[in-house]
Design a protein around this ligand. Structure first.
Ligand code: 5AD
Length: 494
């Protein structure tokens, strides 16, 4: 449906784009056959199981309750190959890290549906006594393995991954007692895969959302979280916002009610604060304009997703800086990095340290409210116009159909994600920092922007070039990408 044409406030019981129950069940049979553990998924049993989960362990409930208190929840990333080790890890993060929300980060084989290789990884991990997978292989461990994990802890657990086709993963996760599922057909394709067609990932994610929506119809609320940061590298906020809103609309169409939209820290404080405020406002506005009223929207801020300093003290500074910005922007949740970020998968101790540093800042920032400066207001105004303009064009291209509009927009370069591996992405958008560190577009490719906004971006970059005594060039992009790990935000010439 077109954004501008809908004025009704009533939530339609269904809408034309929801996958029919028949089509859904027909597809399920196929999905569950992809790996033997699929056979153990029984929806009636899964619903009874989900129903007896303590409400305090349901992701959406905890988010709702925290949003009402204006508290920001903290959540780490974590996942290892074996069930007992993973349980021990999560309990440690719950007890020593005081995590409010827990993750189960899925390994790279599972993300690519390579379950046979994940099985070998499990075997080798058992033999060697150390995790040889970079996450928890949910599909291989199956429904009962997942229930052992979700039952062992006292906090809600979310599945976090990076899977273009997450249908079987979602089936097993929800039957296994997880109450939140990250990802989306754009955000778990474009930054993660080279050659998965967008039509395929979007269609497969409509199935995932339909599954979550179906649980919702049985009274079991499943939280969904599109992955906001995308490539985590100089992504202009207008791009990630439009993609998050599109994925939110696609989820709402399939009956999802609890949605958390994400944003990855860009580095410029006023731009980041403005971005989070704008994300909440424009998502809410867009969902309502599309005829959805019955949803609970929250936001998640990701601490710096780019390259980290190797030195742990410096890494703590990056972690604390991000937390401060999330507080100033009133995020509902923050995803926490660790002092081991530059080295790879963190130890449980390092993971808990990141959580405790984050908690300290949150407590010190409590009750201070949002940052409200002229720069924040300026960035909000710019970003709102950018997002509305791009979103309008995407929906126009799809004749009001969100999925078709998204596909057409990537084909036309109307949507473009910097530094993405996907061939579905033109890669013509070239971002860099201005003199204050804000992310601007040096080249916008075919992303639609009003002429005065294009001028605004260019003037801000020229201001930096003058200050640095060089011309605006690709070298600035390279300098900016490595700047934080070298101890600065803007990659100035030395
Ligand atoms: N455990 C902890 N963190 C992980 N990440 C990826 N896999 C794991 C894991 N198994 C983190 C990376 C990076 C982010 C994208 O996810 O360190 O911070």
């Amino acid at each position: 449906m077109m954004l501008q044409e809908v004025t009704s406030v009533a939530m339609p019981a269904t809408n034309g784009r929801m996958i029919s129950l028949d089509a859904f069940h027909a597809q399920r049979q196929e999905v569950l056959q992809a790996w033997p553990t699929g056979a153990a998924v029984n929806l009636d049993d899964a619903v009874s199981y989900q129903r007896q989960i303590d409400p305090r362990k349901r992701f959406s409930n905890v988010l709702r309750e925290a949003a009402a208190r204006r508290a920001m929840l903290i959540q780490p990333r974590a996942g290892v190959a074996l069930i007992e080790d993973h349980v021990r890890l999560l309990k440690y993060l719950e007890n020593e890290g005081e995590a409010d929300l827990l993750p189960t980060t899925v390994d790279a084989y599972t993300r690519q549906n390579r379950y046979a290789e994940a099985a070998k990884g499990i075997e080798k991990s058992m033999a060697s006594g150390t995790s040889l997978l970079n996450g928890f292989p949910i599909v291989n461990h199956g429904v009962d393995g997942c229930r052992r994990v979700t039952e062992a802890v006292n906090r809600p657990v979310q599945v976090r991954h990076g899977t273009p086709d997450a249908r079987l993963l979602a089936e097993i996760s929800l039957a296994g007692g997880f109450t939140s599922f990250e990802g989306g057909g754009i955000s778990y394709n474009i930054p993660y895969a080279k050659s998965v067609p967008l039509r395929k990932s979007l269609t497969d994610w409509q199935y995932v959302d339909r599954l979550c929506g179906w649980y919702g119809e049985q009274g079991i609320e499943v939280n969904r979280e599109p992955f906001g940061p995308l490539t985590g590298t100089l992504v202009p906020p207008c791009i990630s916002h439009v993609i998050g809103i599109l994925e939110g609309l696609l989820a709402l169409e399939q009956g999802v009610k609890s949605l958390t939209l994400g944003y990855g820290q860009g580095g410029c404080v006023p731009q980041d604060v403005a971005a989070l405020l704008t994300l909440r406002k424009l998502a809410d506005e867009s969902f309502r304009a599309a005829g959805f009223a019955d949803f609970h929207l929250t936001t998640v801020f990701h601490q710096w997703m780019g390259g980290f300093p190797e030195d742990e003290s410096r890494a703590f500074a990056v972690i604390s800086w991000g937390t401060m910005v999330a507080c100033l922007a009133g995020a509902d949740k923050i995803i926490v990095k660790t002092p081991h970020e530059a080295m790879g998968v963190p130890s449980k101790e390092a993971n808990a340290q990141g959580l405790r540093a984050t908690r300290q800042i949150i407590n010190m920032m409590a009750d201070q409210g949002c940052l409200n400066t002229e720069a924040v207001t300026r960035e909000q105004a710019v970003l709102e116009r950018e997002v509305r303009g791009i979103l309008r064009k995407v929906l126009e291209l799809g004749g009001g159909d969100v999925r078709e509009g998204t596909i057409a927009a990537f084909e036309a370069g109307v949507l473009d994600v910097p530094f993405a591996p996907s061939m579905q992405c033109r890669g013509k958008l070239l971002p860099m920092r201005d003199n204050e560190g804000c992310i601007r577009m040096f080249s916008r490719g075919a992303v639609p922007l009003d002429a005065d906004l294009v001028t605004f971006h260019r003037e801000r970059l020229e201001e930096r070039a003058r200050a640095e005594g060089r011309t605006v060039s690709f070298q600035m992009v390279t300098d900016d990408i490595y700047a934080i790990s070298k101890g600065r935000l803007v990659g100035r010439p030395r």
